[in-house]
Design a protein around this ligand. Structure first.
Ligand code: FES
Length: 79
């Protein structure tokens, strides 16, 4: 099953398969999600879903049950 994943604030949308790693999807979209440990413990990769749920991208696969998923990258504190 294919899902459209939309990354904000860049507003880039790519197709992804359920169960695919969100980091891989972001990479394909040309969107950089910061990472550190890749094990779910450092929270560097934290992003927010459209329903306000905060997730760690490195341990979160593309979830089933949606046709479109919006992912908000937290804004860079330098701007
Ligand atoms: S990279 Fe450390 S929690 Fe995801």
């Amino acid at each position: 099953m294919t899902i459209s994943i939309r990354f904000l604030p860049d507003d880039v949308t790519v197709n992804a398969e359920v169960g695919e790693s969100l980091l891989d999807v972001a990479d394909r979209a040309g969107v950089l999600i910061p990472t550190g440990c890749l094990m779910g413990s450092c929270h560097a990769c934290t992003v927010e879903l459209d329903d306000g749920e905060v997730i760690r991208a490195c341990i979160t696969p593309v979830p089933p049950g949606k046709e479109v998923l919006t992912i908000n990258l937290f804004s860079d504190p330098t701007w």
